[in-house]
Every structure is written in C-alpha cells, then in structure tokens.
Ligand binder design. Structure first.
Ligand code: SF4
Length: 93
C-alpha cells in the first residue's frame, strides 16, 4: 500500500544522524536507553530485530535512522515497549 502522507523535504537532523559514525550513534543511543526508566521497558533482542527489519524495508525511513511519521529515531524506538509503528492506516509493528 502506498504511503498516504506526502514525503517532505529531507530533515536536516536526519541527515546529520545518518552522517554520524556508527560508533558515535551507538554510544548516544545506548546512553539514552541505559536510563533507569528505559531499561525496564525494553523489548527482547528478537523483537528489536524483527522491528528493525520492518523499518529497514519501509519507505518512510528517512536518512536510515528516522521515521518520517513521528520523527523518532528508529534504532531507539524499536527497543521500547511503549512504542509502536505510527504509520497512518495501521502500524507495521
Ligand atoms: S516505524 Fe513504521 S512507518 Fe516508521 S519507519 Fe518503521 S515501519 Fe516505517
């Protein structure tokens, strides 16, 4: 199904995040997710991988790291129990 939301211009923050080295990006996301309030709300590794694979095949993934529908950083949001795919018309996970 086609995305009913028109794609916007590329987000500069997304481009910066995409240009960031993998090591630096992982350091920042791990630091964020290691906060106490997030640690108890992480999904399993299997669920993280399942969600990531869906996002990586989605045309709403911008710059390889950001969801165009919520501007969330996908590598972070896929790890949180409280998050779900915000795609209009029905989330993919
Ligand atoms: S969260 Fe949903 S809409 Fe966003 S990139 Fe992932 S699969 Fe696509």
């Amino acid at each position: 199904m086609d995305n009913p939301i028109p794609r916007k211009d590329k987000c500069r923050t997304c481009e910066k995040m995409a240009a960031m080295g993998e090591e630096e990006f992982n350091r920042i996301t791990d630091q964020y997710l290691s906060r106490e309030e997030h640690r108890v709300n992480l999904v399993s590794r299997e669920e993280t991988i399942r969600r990531l694979e869906i996002c990586h095949s989605c045309d709403s993934l911008s710059g390889g790291v950001t969801c165009e529908h919520c501007a969330c950083l996908v590598p972070v949001m896929v790890r949180l129990k409280s998050k779900s795919c915000p795609r209009p018309g029905g989330g993919r996970w």
